[in-house]
Design a protein around this ligand. Structure first.
Ligand code: FEO
Ligand code: CA
Ligand code: CA
Ligand code: CA
Length: 530
């Protein structure tokens, strides 16, 4: 319906303008001229199998799992982090969209169902290998709507069989390259026009090395790929850089090996870069890499945060006697980053996930999702204030920016994004095991996972406002604003995660009817910068 035919109330709601604020303005005409008040209208929590949006927003499906992107390739599973790089600086509405594919769900990919007590076959594992990694998509804004340019020659996949070299001067576990990238959770963008994708829960694919015995450790409920492929665990857990123009990729050893959630890059005035990254596991640490030369992710020093002392501690074998006692060299130190970080006094945090830098005031925010082992159910968002506002400072202050819980109305913050006005948007990651589960009453008030905004100014400044609810079992991930700030790309990951069996799915999102659930990317349109 054209906007001008809407009744006034509906039209205001369509614009996201609160009726109450308009009525207040009409009843109390102010002597001094006041800007018209615009506000976000929150929606209540929901446990329905729907993607719900606040008044003033609508969404369109951009692409879903298994949709073809070229004659050879299709869109992978469990889409997560997204980033956009325009083809050309003067044409911001046409470019590369990177999308991570974090992990497979065999029930939908190959029909394998663990409870049948059968072993996963090599053929089933091979199907999963293709579904992880990432996708480069050419996307374009046409007629006010974003589209995938189907069959564009720039569309491509990286996956579990793509050979990727290490950017390092020594072999890693005997090899100069790795086969595949896995666990691709969040990431970043470099100032020189490449994407960073982070290998998070890498040990679920090929296990981990017990460094005392040299044996592979595997876990109940992992993806069982190690049964058929003997790739070294040391080849995973890195930050991977991808050039969307060529598809060339490299694994950056200098950024260390852990369950990297993200790699958030800030360019310094002299062209050097700082990269913030968190290790998403209970009691793990926050890191930053400071390059010593411009535009480098290999030359520089990696630091771990000590929050009590407000210090960034160098993880440098050459200058740390403690590291020399435990590790043979810098390569081994970086492979065993967690141990090195704790030896040096890195602060244990409650699952440091996404990190974002406010483009308006420069704040560095870090989501601390939760830590059930410490009784922290609902998590928080941490603020890092670098000394003198310099991102390469070695001293900082920190404070809690927001705390999850019934009072603030959110739990388990995960991915964040800032809109061009500096409002914070973030998604929640209440895990499927505890969401809407009577055994975990701490989570019941929040229902399904959601998307929130925290306005930076105005009457709602600092409030946590629920803007979208995810379908059953899903998590919103990878929020990404288009360059003009008018569209929000959002991943809907693992709908129907708690499906009891492949023929009894508990979500039919996005296709409805009797369809199986499919992870998908949506684009939300509306007013994001009120
Ligand atoms: Fe893949 Fe830490 O979320
Ligand atoms: Ca995440
Ligand atoms: Ca982010
Ligand atoms: Ca998460």
């Amino acid at each position: 319906m054209p906007a001008r035919t809407l009744p006034r109330r509906a039209f205001l709601e369509f614009l996201g303008i609160g009726i109450a604020s308009v009525l207040v303005a009409q009843c109390f005409p102010l002597k001094q001229k006041k800007e018209p008040k615009i506000s976000w209208k929150p929606i209540p929590p929901s446990d329905l199998d729907r993607l719900e949006l606040a008044v003033g927003y609508r969404y369109e499906l951009l692409i879903r799992w298994n949709d073809p992107i070229s004659a050879y390739d299709h869109f992978g599973f469990n889409n997560d982090f997204m980033a956009f790089i325009p083809l050309d600086r003067n044409q911001l509405n046409d470019g590369f969209l990177w999308v991570n594919h974090e992990y497979p769900d065999a029930r939908f990919i190959s029909g394998y169902f663990r409870q049948n007590d059968t072993k996963k076959t090599r053929e089933q594992v091979d199907k999963e290998l293709y579904e992880v990694g990432g996708t480069v998509l050419r996307v374009r804004l046409e007629h006010h709507k974003w589209h995938v340019v189907k069959d564009d020659p720039l569309n491509r996949r990286l996956h579990g069989l793509t050979e990727i070299p290490f950017n390092w001067n020594e072999p890693i576990a005997g090899s100069r390259s790795a086969i595949g990238t896995v666990g691709n959770c969040a990431g970043g963008v470099t100032p020189w026009g490449t994407f960073l994708t982070c290998e998070e829960n890498y040990d679920l694919f090929y296990g981990e090395r017990d460094f005392e015995s040299g044996k592979r450790i595997t876990y109940d409920g992992d993806f069982e790929w190690h049964q058929y492929y003997d790739y070294p665990p040391e080849h995973y857990g890195w930050v991977v850089e991808v050039d969307p123009r060529t598809g060339a990729a490299q694994k950056h050893v200098a950024l260390g090996r852990c369950a990297h959630e993200c790699a958030t890059v800030k360019e310094l005035p002299d062209g050097r870069v700082v990269v913030y990254t968190g290790d998403d596991a209970n009691d793990q640490c926050l890191y930053k890499f400071i390059s010593s030369t411009p535009s480098s992710l290999s030359e520089g020093v990696l630091y771990v945060a000590n929050l009590d002392e407000g210090r960034w501690i160098p993880i440098d074998h050459a200058q740390q006697a403690l590291l020399q006692k435990h590790f043979r060299n810098q390569t081994e130190t970086l492979i065993r980053l967690r141990e090195a970080a704790h030896l040096l006094g890195g602060t244990s945090l409650d699952r440091p996930e996404d990190i974002d830098i406010n483009p308006v005031n420069g704040d560095v925010l870090v989501t601390l999702t939760n830590n059930l082992s410490r009784g922290n159910y609902t998590g928080s968002i941490l603020k890092i204030i670098e000394k003198d506002g310099k991102y390469d400072a070695l001293e900082f202050r920190s404070e809690t920016f927001l705390t999850g819980g019934p009072e603030t109305g959110f739990a388990c913050p995960d991915n964040m994004a800032f809109d061009p006005a500096g409002n914070l948007w973030f998604t929640s990651d209440i895990s499927g095991a505890v969401m809407n589960n009577e055994d975990y009453p701490q989570y019941l008030p929040f229902k399904n996972n959601s998307l929130f905004v925290v306005p930076i100014k105005g009457d709602q400044a600092g409030q946590v406002i629920r803007i979208a609810n995810a379908p059953t079992g899903a998590e919103f991930t990878g929020p990404l604003f288009s360059p003009d700030g008018k569209s929000l790309f959002l991943s809907v990951q693992h709908p129907g995660e708690n499906t009891p069996s492949p023929d009894q799915v508990n979500s039919h999102w996005p296709d409805g009817g009797n369809s199986i659930p499919k992870p998908a990317v949506v684009v939300i349109y509306g007013d994001f910068t009120v």
